[in-house]
Design a protein around this ligand. Structure first.
Ligand SMILES: C[S@@+](CC[C@H](N)C(=O)[O-])C[C@H]1O[C@@H](n2cnc3c(N)ncnc32)[C@H](O)[C@@H]1O
Length: 218
């Protein structure tokens, strides 16, 4: 049984989705605890299936310098930090200082605290003012800000670097005309259109969980 709403796509047949999650190996104690806390406190996290995709992309690309926009309690960033290996440097960003405090405790217990630089504030502004370029930028901010996040991320990505963005199917709503006043769906639709129109990016939208778009910078 899929217990958490975080894991339900809303557009994949339930038995098929169930099957995808049943295949996943057990996670360690800290990761399981974070999954349970997120479920109980309705904190949207990417969950283990998308986390494995992120981890795989970091491993195959050899990414070391990683920036995450919208980190919440630090679930996805622990997977990114572990995948980046001992030389990895990962930047956490979130506007909520309470979530950042909880995340720091998880980082310590997961043994990745030294690799993660925690910054509280607006992720888009923090990215713009952080010197240097990144091998991977993971975008998981508010959906109305996706186009602004894209504009900020493009100049901060290395050539060959990856911009990975979560929720790009938005429970399937991205594929249908947005309801009046649904700024989140409009934000995602604009982002999807912009990345596929961009000459600087090579995007692939993967229909895993809520949709994940992986863009390679040319
Ligand atoms: C979907 S959650 C992130 C989940 C996280 N990536 C994970 O999977 O473990 C989105 C988070 O982004 C934060 N957020 C949204 N827009 C932001 C912004 N512009 N700057 C900083 N944080 C932002 C929210 O406070 C929230 O904690």
């Amino acid at each position: 049984m899929i217990r958490s709403e975080n894991l339900r796509s809303g557009y994949i047949q339930e038995d098929v989705e169930e099957y995808v999650y049943q295949l996943l190996p057990e996670r360690d104690k800290v990761i399981r605890e974070m999954e349970e806390y997120a479920e109980q406190n309705r904190i949207p996290i990417i969950g283990p299936a998308v986390a494995r995709l992120l981890s795989l992309l970091v491993q195959v690309s050899g990414a070391k310098r990683i920036f995450e926009m919208g980190s919440a309690i630090g679930y996805s960033i622990i997977w990114l930090a572990r995948a980046a290996g001992p030389k990895g440097k990962v930047i956490y960003t979130d506007g909520d200082s309470q979530k950042a405090a909880r995340a720091k405790d998880y980082f310590r217990r997961a043994g990745v605290a030294k690799k993660i630089d925690v910054r509280v504030g607006d992720a888009i502004e923090l990215l713009k003012k952080t010197p240097g370029k990144f091998d991977v930028i993971f975008n998981d901010v508010d959906k109305t800000q996706y186009s602004a996040a894209l504009r900020a991320a493009l100049p901060k990505l290395q050539r060959g670097g990856l911009l990975i963005t979560d929720n790009t199917l938005w429970s399937g709503k991205a594929a249908r005309p947005a309801a009046v006043g649904d700024a989140d769906t409009l934000g995602i639709q604009e982002f999807n259109r912009l990345v596929y129109e961009s000459k600087q990016l090579y995007p692939v939208l993967i229909p895993l969980r809520d949709g994940v778009t992986v863009c390679r910078k040319n």
